[in-house]
Ligand binder design. Structure first.
Ligand SMILES: [Zn+2]
Length: 455
């Protein structure tokens, strides 16, 4: 007896969820997962032999910036090559711009050019003039809103008055606050002092942005968010001191979600000193102790997500360090690096990787179980991962428009080899086989996940 017929059958792989690894086939019909189980016995238009590989729910990257060297289309292509199937981009409204118009512009760009399904965060550079648009934007399916507590000199910093007011507005709408947490005025002073003293900007960089000023801003943001009754998401956590602050708030039952990035898990200040501007990112790369603390926090469930902060800028390692912009290309290397460094070195299990890179981000932003799961009825978004594939990361292997990678020459074991979204194969044998513009916009419902669902 044959079961129902599938459009696509992924047979013989090990299916990984946030809880376990089990040999199972995945049957896909009409873009959805229709069955998961051992020895599915059905006709299929196409069968993929996944023997020897892991079959993961597609990776979500909830922290990307498609406004630099990679536009929204480029970013979706480089992400897909890295095993990512869903992106949540930051739609930043610059001073003088309307938040609603910015969000519409990003959505249109995504619907016409994105290879991958996507959602959006609102970003406010000027909350005084933009926060009033939050309820309208919220109704269009954008439910998480980011502000900066740093970059005062660049004119991007939100002061505590506007942070309190904006988180109050976000809370009333039922959404999620997001902050880049560093004390921007204190770090600006430290930078000015280091420059006045004639210190080498690269050597001084980390000293001007110490971890305790990150922890202070996290604490202040949490305090303000608690008063507002607004759940909070802290992107790009870098340090043990910050994790302690998050842990204390969570112990009191406050919904604060925490993210780190592959660069903080795999690189340190020593790499910055060797390489230079290409590794100039904010918050900065820190020491080995903090790097290890991040892995322990991921393993313990104190950090909920890994996301890339993909922001490739035009710069070279021999540029003057002080003038170089912040940011680096990260989305394509993220999964392979977290597997190689995290799973192979036994910092985290493979189910924990799936939890932090697929399940938790989908839950936190309200896309679960459509995304982040391989349950009957979930979107058929799959990343097939070969755990023994040996490769070396070089600029030439990457699909970003950045003229460099942060990991030149790094050897890795394990690579995503095939990506499927809504039942359609996107990347096969390293080649893009689907058309861009197929990606769909997904409204989010951010900030409603209970902490015990994530741990
Ligand atoms: Zn970012």
């Amino acid at each position: 007896m044959k079961d129902e017929a599938f459009d696509l059958l992924v047979r013989g792989g090990k299916v990984v969820t946030g809880a376990r690894i089990a040999e199972a086939d995945v049957g896909i019909s009409s873009g959805l997962v229709s069955a998961v189980g051992r020895g599915l016995n059905a006709e299929a238009e196409r069968t993929i032999d996944a023997t020897g590989t892991y079959v993961l729910p597609g990776i979500l990257d909830v922290h990307t910036h498609p406004v630099y060297l990679d536009d929204l289309k480029d970013l979706s292509i480089t992400a897909a090559h890295g095993g990512v199937t869903t992106l949540i981009h930051y739609a930043y409204a610059r001073p003088g711009e309307s938040l609603a118009e910015t969000v519409h512009r990003f959505r249109e760009e995504g619907e016409s050019g994105s290879l991958l399904d996507f959602a959006l965060h609102g970003g406010l550079f000027d909350p005084e003039n933009q926060a009033g648009e939050i309820p309208a934007v919220f109704r269009d399916g954008v439910t998480s809103f980011k502000m900066f507590m740093t970059y005062a000199k660049l004119g991007w910093m939100t002061d505590d008055y506007q942070l309190m007011r904006t988180l109050d507005i976000v809370a009333r709408a039922g959404g999620l606050g997001v902050v880049h947490a560093e004390n921007g005025l204190a770090t600006d002073y430290l930078e000015d002092r280091a420059l006045a003293e004639g210190r080498d900007p690269k050597e001084a960089f980390v000293d001007t942005r110490p971890a305790i000023l990150e922890a202070e801003a996290i604490h202040r943001a949490i305090a303000i968010a608690r008063v507002a009754g607004c759940p909070l998401y802290i992107p790009h956590m870098t340090a043990a001191l910050g994790i302690e602050v998050v842990a204390a708030a969570r112990a009191n039952g406050f919904r604060v979600y925490a993210e780190t990035c592959p660069q903080y898990l795999t690189l340190t200040r020593e790499d910055l000193l060797k390489q230079g501007p290409v590794l100039k990112i904010g918050p900065p790369l820190r020491g080995e102790e903090d790097r290890c603390a991040l892995w322990r926090a991921l393993a313990d469930g104190l950090l909920d997500t890994v996301a890339s902060d993909h922001a490739p800028k035009e710069k070279r390692n021999d540029d003057p360090f002080f003038e170089a912009p912040y940011g680096s290309p990260q989305v394509e290397t993220m999964l392979a690096l977290v597997f190689d460094e995290g799973v192979r070195n036994k910092w985290i299990s493979l189910p924990r990787l799936v939890r932090t890179m697929s399940e938790n981000p989908a839950r936190i932003f309200g896309l679960y179980p459509k995304k982040g799961a391989l349950l009957p009825g979930s979107d058929a978004d799959l990343t097939i991962f070969d755990p023994v594939h040996r490769h070396t990361i070089t600029h030439a292997t990457q699909h970003s428009r950045a003229p460099y990678t942060a990991y030149e020459g790094r050897r890795c074991v394990g690579k995503p080899i095939l990506s499927i979204q809504r039942g359609e194969i996107l990347i096969e044998e390293g080649r893009l086989v689907a058309r861009t513009g197929r990606g769909r916009f997904h409204p989010t419902a951010a900030g409603r996940a209970e902490l015990n669902e994530l741990a």
